[in-house]
Design a protein around this ligand. Sequence first.
Ligand code: NI
Length: 170
Amino acid sequence: MALLPILVYPDPRLHTVARPVQEVDARVKKLVAQMLETMYDANGIGLAATQVDVHERLVVVDVSDERNQPLVLINPEIVWASAEKQVSDEGCLSVPGIYDGVERAQAVKIKALDELGHPRTIEAEGTLAVCIQHEMDHLLGKVFVEYLSPLKRNRIKTKMLKARRETVRA
Ligand code: NI
């Protein structure tokens, strides 16, 4: 199965707000399989459909060391978030090479459909909670660098655009 191209910040398509998945049909199942393959190939712990230019509410995640515990969240909704926060260094397959601290809820409870279309409730904390919140932000058109200061964000933007120009020249 072919890998999907990942959009790179500051691609404006990363700011698209995703619409709900209407039905977990063969098309969606194929997309899930392709997104998982793309995430594993890129050594990421999460990937949102937005990042592969599909603007539907669907994310895949795997924070296990063995890379064998895929979690598929279709139409995810956060139904509870802890008041307790944590700051951790985040990275993103759409912002390669950049890592910086972001504050998020330490624990969250999510309702979503799984890859078979069955409703599930997931309680997550620590890295998994951070990863899910990061991926769900993508579905709202938000990239983690938007939590950083405008100065940092502009530096990152410049660096990404420069890297892209060099790729085009190569
Ligand atoms: Ni990301």
